[in-house]
Design a protein around this ligand. Structure first.
Ligand code: ZN
Ligand code: ZN
Ligand code: ZN
Ligand code: ZN
Ligand code: ZN
Ligand code: ZN
Ligand code: ZN
Length: 216
């Protein structure tokens, strides 16, 4: 059975909630399936979208997968899959010394001293929280510091509530350029130095780094 309303559905799409492409499936085989977007059961006879990745069981209702907040409106049926190469957020200069792309003019050194005195004033410039635990990188020429984990944040991510790729920004011009009240995910309850931003101007979408880690 092909419903009239299903004929116009895109065949292959990519949604922000999932890292593989998903394809329209007119009906599913037996078995229970839950929609990964709304978490409700999928009626097998009505079909929906299922993942094209090998061994991946991701599925979603047609209606849920084609909402404008998860799907960018593009049908990828005959579009070859481009390999999203991961570009490292920093260049390794020598052992323990890096040049981070959000603090390009200086080099930063890894600090692994676990017996260090705790300094309340030292805040990571990505997540604006103190450096209590773990390793961190400190700039060799200024006050800029980053948790080791924050220095490793990906340059590009997909976020579950936005259909386009987001790029890491912030930090670049120095310590005082915090992003304060323009987060699209938390409505400024938190503060961050780094944020992920959609490159499409009309979207006006950006999220604090700590608000970007919601995973499916
Ligand atoms: Zn249908
Ligand atoms: Zn659903
Ligand atoms: Zn998948
Ligand atoms: Zn941090
Ligand atoms: Zn510096
Ligand atoms: Zn936020
Ligand atoms: Zn966008």
């Amino acid at each position: 059975v092909v419903h009239q309303s299903c004929i116009s559905l895109p065949r292959v799409i990519r949604i922000s909630r999932h890292h593989h492409r998903i394809a329209f499936t007119p009906s599913f085989d037996q078995g229970e399936r839950c929609c990964s977007v709304c978490r409700r059961e999928i009626n097998n006879e009505y079909g929906g979208y299922s993942c094209t990745g090998k061994g991946c069981s991701y599925a979603a209702h047609s209606r849920c997968a084609t909402q404008s907040n998860v799907w960018d409106g593009k049908d990828l049926e005959n579009v070859p899959e481009e390999v999203e190469e991961e570009v490292e957020p920093f260049v390794r200069i020598s052992s323990g010394i890096i040049q981070h792309f959000r603090h390009e003019d200086h080099h930063m050194r890894l600090n692994e001293d676990t017996n260090r005195e705790y300094d309340d004033d030292k805040q990571c410039q990505a997540c604006i929280t103190s450096i209590y635990f773990g390793n961190f990188y400190s700039c060799m020429q200024c006050d800029f510091i980053l948790h080791e984990n924050c220095a490793n944040l990906s340059r590009k991510i997909h976020h579950p509530i936005h259909p386009h790729m987001l790029t890491l920004g912030g930090g670049y011009e120095g310590v005082l350029h915090y992003l304060e009240d323009q987060c699209s995910a938390c409505f400024s309850i938190c503060r961050a130095g780094f944020y992920y931003e959609c490159g499409i101007e009309e979207c006006d979408f950006r999220v604090h780094v700590q608000c970007a880690t919601i995973s499916e």
